[in-house]
Design a protein around this ligand. Structure first.
Ligand code: PMT
Length: 427
């Protein structure tokens, strides 16, 4: 019998709390064991007894309840949970969580747990749009808390807009569906480059490009979901690191080259999604270059080709490149695949409003003897398709000339780890 996923369901004060007993039922139908914890405001909307009846467990609400604490103390409860879901999450609860409060049982549990926390907000549309609420939500996302919803539609207050709690069936499905590609790269070490590089000209100027890092970080997230140990070497970008991913920040192509070569010895797969400079200034001026009336000559030399240097290693990981092309996309990508001796390349059409700094992307993935078009979609979906193709093309563990870490494909992908590895995000 597969063990049940232990879900701690927090219910806070809002009219949507009337849907939460149904949520308990739906979670249990999907094989979860559910422990309900209510705030005192929630008890004004639904009785603790209702939750006790549907969950089969005593509902908890009081941090100072000696009898309940004797049965399972709040710290044990925090450890018991594999997932914490707060549904509905009121504006007040979101604010208290963002403030790190621990003055009632539910807030204390959220502070004391290592389990992933998800919130399903429900409130009046103006309260949801309020700057303070949005700032609190951003704070929570920054801490790795995943926000599910809210949906738009008719509200209990008679208004129409964003603020409805997701329906119980949708919440249960999102919470308990297995991650895409679960276990495909279990136990493997994946090293990824992401973002642009900056090549300094003087203390205040540099050469760079428009890469936002979104594609590389999406690949990191997808590889983590697939069970890999992921390190991302990133140029300067304004992005949150996906949960469970190790991040190394660098600035120039030289820095990225050095960081990659410090890590690559352990890598089974190397994916170069970064837009690395092809050229770097021969000299970096110590002082700001002054205007002197006429034109300025910049002397540039080739920057280190990171992916080629990895592909040239005697014992190399499986090497996947990206080819950013404005024209003859597939032909140019094939030339790079061959010239850089890669195992696979993702041909990426780029241009004004295409790929660079966009939310969506589309790729043609090419390898010796095959190719596959990945249709346009959010970068994380495209990244998941790429990871599935990489997993298919990896050489078998035995007889592989690459580092033997496929042997490490072990029990790393237990359900709890998979859930923890998922990236918190606003859906
Ligand atoms: O970051 P986003 O805004 O999300 O945009 C995504 C992206 C368009 C940057 C990304 O999907 C992409 O196409 N990345 C590769 C960009 C690039 O530099 O392509 P290239 O064709 O110039 O390089 C070919 C390959 O060599 C790439 O894997 C690149 O990382 C690698 N390279 C290039 C130069 C260099 N000095 N060292 C390298 O390792």
């Amino acid at each position: 019998m597969t063990p049940k996923t232990r879900v701690l369901l927090g219910v806070t004060g809002g009219i949507a709390a009337y849907k939460s007993p149904d949520l308990v039922r739906r979670l249990m139908e999907r094989g979860a064991d559910v422990q309900v914890v209510m705030t005192s405001a929630a008890q004004r909307f639904v009785s603790p007894m209702t939750f006790q009846a549907v969950s089969g467990r005593p509902t908890r609400s009081d941090l100072w309840d000696g009898t309940a604490e004797a049965a399972m103390g709040h710290i044990e409860l925090a450890r018991w949970a594999e997932i914490v879901l707060i549904a509905p999450a009121s504006a007040d609860f979101i604010a208290r969580l963002a403030g790190g409060r621990a003055d009632d049982l539910l807030c204390t549990l959220c502070v004391a747990t290592e389990a992933p926390i998800m919130l399903a907000p429900a409130m009046n549309r103006i309260m949801w749009a309020n700057k303070a609420t949005q700032a609190n939500v951003d704070t929570l996302i920054g801490r790795g808390i995943r926000i599910l919803g809210p949906a738009s539609g008719n509200q209990a207050c008679g208004e129409v807009g964003a603020g409805r709690m997701w329906e119980p069936a949708q919440l249960a499905e999102t919470l308990l569906a297995p991650p895409v590609n679960a276990g495909l790269l279990a136990g493997l070490n994946v090293l990824i480059t992401a973002g642009p590089t900056r090549e300094r000209l003087d203390p205040v100027r540099y050469l760079t490009n428009r890469s936002s890092g979104k594609m590389g970080f999406a690949v990191a997230e997808a590889a983590r979901e697939a069970g890999a140990h992921v390190t991302v070497v990133s140029g300067p970008v304004q992005l949150q690191t996906p949960t469970g991913v190790t991040r190394i920040n660098v600035e120039s192509a030289r820095d990225m080259y050095a960081a990659v070569h410090r890590q690559v010895g352990d890598a089974d797969i190397f994916i170069a999604a970064a837009a690395v400079a092809d050229f770097q200034p021969v000299k970096v001026a110590k002082q700001k270059i002054k205007k002197q009336g006429g034109s300025v000559q910049l002397e540039l030399e080739p920057a280190p080709d990171i992916i080629k240097s990895v592909a040239d290693m005697a014992k190399r990981p499986f090497v996947v490149g990206f080819a950013a092309e404005t024209n003859d996309v597939e032909d140019n990508a094939r030339i790079k695949l061959k010239r850089k001796k890669l195992d696979m390349i993702a041909a990426n059409e780029v241009g004004d409003g295409i790929a660079f700094d966009c939310e969506d992307n589309t790729l043609t993935v090419i390898w010796p003897g095959g190719k596959m078009d990945v249709p346009r979609g959010p970068k994380v979906e495209v990244a998941r398709a790429l990871i599935a193709l990489i997993a298919k093309r990896l050489p078998p563990p035995d007889g592989s000339p690459r580092r033997g870490a496929r042997k490490r494909r072990t029990a790393a992908a237990l359900p709890r780890d998979r859930v923890r590895g998922r990236r918190p995000r606003r859906v």
